[in-house]
Ligand binder design. Structure first.
Ligand code: EPZ
Length: 417
C-alpha cells in the first residue's frame, strides 16, 4: 500500500512541465492497431493507464517497446487475437477503444465491458449505435462482441455528445468503404489529436474539433511518427494548485487555447493568469472569491477539473455552486473533503459550497482519479498533515504528481506502507 502525505500551507513557486495527454494517449495507442507498419508515438505520459493498454495489446500479439521514457514504438503487424483478458480490460475505461480499432482492422472484436472510475451508469449505447450503422453485428452481455463481413461508410447522429463514442466510431470508420459522417460529436482536444494522428498515418478525416466529423475511408494506413498533445487536465490541476496556495507557477508545455475555460474561472476567482506561447503563468493573489461552475463538454469547463475547482472553492469567500452536467454521479470525493472541514452540501448533480476559513489536515482517500487530484490540492491548502490513501487512482492519470509538486516547493511525499 502506498499513500501520499502532504503538509499544507506552503506556496507553490517555480516551473512545472506538463506531460502528454492521458486521454489522447489511451486512444492513439490502440489506434495503432489500424496501421499497417510501425508507429512511433512521442510525448507518451508515463502513467498506469498507458502501461495497462500497452500490456493488453502486447497480450494480443502487438510488439511494443519504449524507445525512451516517453516514446513508444508500436508494431501491430503480428497481432493475432481479437480478444483480451477481462481482468486486464476492466482495469481501465479506455480499453473500449480496442473495439473500434479491432473492428476496423479485423472486422471482429470481443472485449469485456470496460472498467474505470465509478461515476454511476456509464453506458456505451452510442458507440454500439455507430458500429451497427457501419454494418457490424453487436451483442453486448458482459462482453461486447462485434463482427462484420465488411464495414460501409454511413451517417451517424449521436444522441449525446460522447468523447468515447466519437473516438470509437472514428476508429471503426477510417478503413470502412466509402464516406462516414458523424454529427453532434465531442470536440475535446484529444479528439482532434486522434484525428491528426490517423491523418498523419494516411487517413482522411475532416472536421475534428467541430460538431461534424467527415471520414473518407481509405484502404490502409501506413506507419509514421506522431507526438501527443500536452495534458489539458494535468495543466489545469497545477494551475488550480498554484492559485489555491497563493503561489506563482509557470505551467510549461501547454496549449493555452485548451485551457481557456479554466483560465477564465481562475481569473473570476481572483488569480492572475498570463498566457504565453506554450505556457501559462498562474499567480495567486491571496483572494479566493466565490464562483459558480457548470461542467460541460469542451469548450466548456471540463468535468475532469470539477473536484479540483471544488477543493479550491471550499475556502472561497462566500457560497459557490458547482453543477455537474456530464456525469450522473461525480461527487463521491466530497465526503473526503468534509473530513478536512469543508462545508459542502450535495443535492443530485449540484454541490453548494460554503467557503470555510481553513481546511484541516486529515486522513482521506482518493475515491477516483480526479477526486484524488482534488484531495491533493485540498492537502496543499490545509493546516497540518493530510494522508491520502488509494493513490493507485491518481497514478492512473498523473505522472509522478507528488514529485512535480515537490519541485514547486510543496511538502509532499509518497510513503510505502
Ligand atoms: C471521457 O470519458 C474521458 N475518458 C473522461 O475522463 C471524461 O470525464 C469524459 O470523457 C467527459 O469529458 C477518456 O477519455 C478515457 P463520454 P467517456 O462518453 O468517453 C454518456 C478522466 O478522469 N454516454 O463523453 O467515457 C455518459 O454516461 C476520465 O480522465 C451515454 O449515455 O465519456 C456521460 O454522461 C474520467 N452513452 C456522457 O455521455 C454512450 O454511449 C459523456 O460521456 C456514451 C456516453
Amino acid at each position: 500500500m502506498e499513500k501520499i502525505v502532504v503538509c499544507g500551507g506552503r506556496e507553490l513557486h517555480g516551473e512545472v512541465t506538463i506531460s502528454g495527454a492521458k486521454n489522447a494517449a489511451v486512444a492513439i495507442i490502440p489506434a495503432a492497431i489500424l496501421v499497417d507498419g510501425v508507429c512511433v508515438i512521442e510525448n507518451v505520459p508515463n502513467i498506469r493507464d498507458v502501461h495497462v493498454i500497452v500490456g493488453i495489446m502486447e497480450h494480443m500479439g502487438a510488439k511494443i517497446e519504449f524507445l525512451d521514457k516517453y516514446t513508444l514504438r508500436v508494431d501491430c503487424s503480428s497481432m493475432d487475437k481479437q480478444t483480451a483478458p477481462q481482468e486486464m480490460v476492466r482495469k481501465m475505461r479506455a480499453s473500449y477503444y480496442l473495439i473500434g480499432s479491432l473492428l476496423g482492422r479485423f472486422h471482429k472484436a470481443e472485449i469485456a465491458m470496460p472498467g474505470g472510475c465509478n461515476f454511476g451508469s456509464r453506458p456505451i449505447d452510442q458507440h454500439i449505435k455507430g458500429f451497427r450503422a457501419l454494418g457490424a453485428e453487436v451483442a453486448c452481455e458482459g462482453m461486447v462482441r462485434a463482427s462484420a463481413d465488411e464495414l460501409v461508410g454511413t451517417s451517424v447522429y449521436l444522441d449525446i455528445v460522447s468523447v468515447g463514442a466519437t473516438i470509437n466510431i472514428m476508429l471503426a470508420a477510417v478503413l470502412a468503404k466509402g464516406n462516414t459522417t458523424i454529427e453532434n460529436v465531442a470536440k475535446e482536444p484529444h479528439i482532434v489529436d486522434l484525428a491528426n494522428f490517423l491523418n498523419a498515418m494516411g487517413a482522411d478525416i475532416k472536421g475534428a474539433g467541430t460538431d461534424v466529423i467527415r471520414i473518407r475511408g481509405v484502404e490502409k494506413l501506413r506507419g509514421g511518427t506522431y507526438s501527443i498533445i500536452p495534458d489539458q487536465i494535468e495543466a489545469g490541476t497545477f494551475m488550480i494548485a498554484a492559485a489555491a496556495t497563493g503561489g506563482d507557477v509557470l505551467v510549461k508545455n501547454v496549449i493555452p487555447k485548451h485551457m481557456e475555460s479554466v483560465s477564465a474561472k481562475l481569473i473570476e476567482i481572483g488569480a492572475e493568469v498570463t498566457e504565453l506561447d506554450d505556457a501559462i503563468r498562474v499567480k495567486g493573489t491571496g483572494v479566493i472569491k466565490k464562483a459558480n461552475v457548470k461542467t460541460l463538454p469542451y469548450p466548456g469547463f471540463p468535468t475532469d477539473m470539477q473536484p479540483q475547482i471544488v477543493a479550491l472553492l471550499s475556502v472561497a469567500e462566500g457560497t459557490s455552486i458547482v453543477t455537474e452536467s456530464v456525469w450522473d454521479s461525480r461527487f463521491q470525493y466530497v465526503d473526503e473533503l468534509r473530513r478536512m472541514g469543508a462545508d459542502i452540501r450535495v443535492d443530485g448533480k449540484t454541490a453548494v459550497i460554503n467557503g470555510v476559513r481553513n481546511l484541516e489536515g486529515a486522513s482521506v482517500s482518493a475515491t477516483d482519479l480526479r477526486g484524488g487530484a482534488g484531495m491533493v490540492i485540498a492537502g496543499l491548502m490545509a493546516k497540518g498533515s493530510t494522508e491520502i490513501r488509494e493513490i493507485q487512482h491518481i497514478d492512473r492519470g498523473y505522472e509522478k504528481m507528488e514529485e512535480k509538486f515537490k519541485e514547486l516547493g510543496a511538502d509532499i511525499h509518497r510513503v510505502f506502507e
